[in-house]
Design a protein around this ligand. Structure first.
Ligand code: SF4
Length: 278
């Protein structure tokens, strides 16, 4: 199981998933600015080299984030945290990953520290989503505690202002995860988890799906473009997730993801059999 987690991390950092690649190729075909085409061509080349040579597609292999849906009847519930931690340690040496974690007080490098989000679910399977998150894009993530009167219009303003403010810093074309409602912490968690939804797949609620499309259109009308050097594609997609909120609060979390949208999934059944996919 530890080897399988290493393989899922390797897959995530060396192979950009097909939905992202197709979306980048579409963006390349749409662009007529030579600079935007040049940047997208370089991105697509880096992706091709990463997959062919089995090396990370970007030098920043990110903070490796795990979303674990743990079946309460899984016999591996008690060991999964240790397995993830040791797999990440080995992956750092073997793939290799950049040792990307420093102690907050001493600044001493401590290798790679896994960020794990847990959700207990029914059943006997454990599903893990691996989401390595680059520092450049993560630095643009933000939280706003809007008033309920500001509502969805306020969300739009907050998002557009933040995208403008960040410009080329998150290595566009970006994918934007947005969490609305819940509490401050839940809004950001929803925003990050939203990034796991495939590019182009809309929210099941029609109104939210429309809101995602409106935001995507407005962001792309900013013409920040690939790597912030101008062009038609600033964002490949926008994903919105919502949760019920307190009547006095309207939390909005935004999580930026760069073009290097790395993700992989694995599932462990009760017999220890593993399936890995992207
Ligand atoms: S933001 Fe993404 S593409 Fe840019 S350096 Fe960081 S990981 Fe790499």
């Amino acid at each position: 199981m530890e080897d399988a987690i290493i393989e899922a991390i390797r897959l995530a950092v060396t192979k950009i998933p097909d939905d992202v690649v197709k979306s980048l190729q579409k963006a390349y075909e749409k662009e007529n600015s030579p600079t935007a085409r040049f940047n997208l061509e370089n991105i697509l080349n880096a992706i091709e080299i990463g997959e062919k040579e089995q090396i990370p597609v970007c030098q920043d292999t990110g903070t490796v984030t795990f979303f674990v849906e743990a079946g309460v009847r899984s016999p591996y519930l008690g060991v999964i945290k240790e397995l993830i931690t040791s797999a990440l340690e080995k992956a750092t040496r073997e793939i290799p990953l950049r040792p990307n974690t420093v102690d907050v007080l001493t600044n001493k490098n401590i290798g790679n520290f896994p960020i794990i989000h847990w959700e207990l679910v029914g059943g006997d399977k454990i599903k893990i989503a691996v989401l390595p998150k680059g520092g450049g894009s993560e630095n643009c993530s933000a939280l706003a505690m809007l008033t309920p009167a500001e509502g969805f219009e306020g969300v739009k303003q907050f998002v557009i202002e933040r995208v403008k403010e960040c410009g080329g810093k998150p290595c566009p074309p970006i994918i934007l995860g947005i969490g609305i409602g819940g509490s401050s912490d839940l809004a950001l968690k929803l925003a990050k988890k939203a990034l796991l939804r495939p590019i182009g797949k809309r929210h099941q609620d029609e109104k939210i799906a429309r809101f995602e499309e409106e935001l995507l259109e407005e962001i792309n009308s900013l013409k920040i473009g690939p790597m912030g050097m101008g062009g038609k594609t600033t964002a490949l997609d926008v994903k919105v997730e919502v949760a019920p909120r307190h009547p006095a609060s309207f939390p909005v979390g935004i999580v930026f993801q760069c073009w290097a949208h790395r993700k992989a999934f694995l599932e462990i059944n009760k017999d220890g059999e593993v399936r890995i996919w992207q």
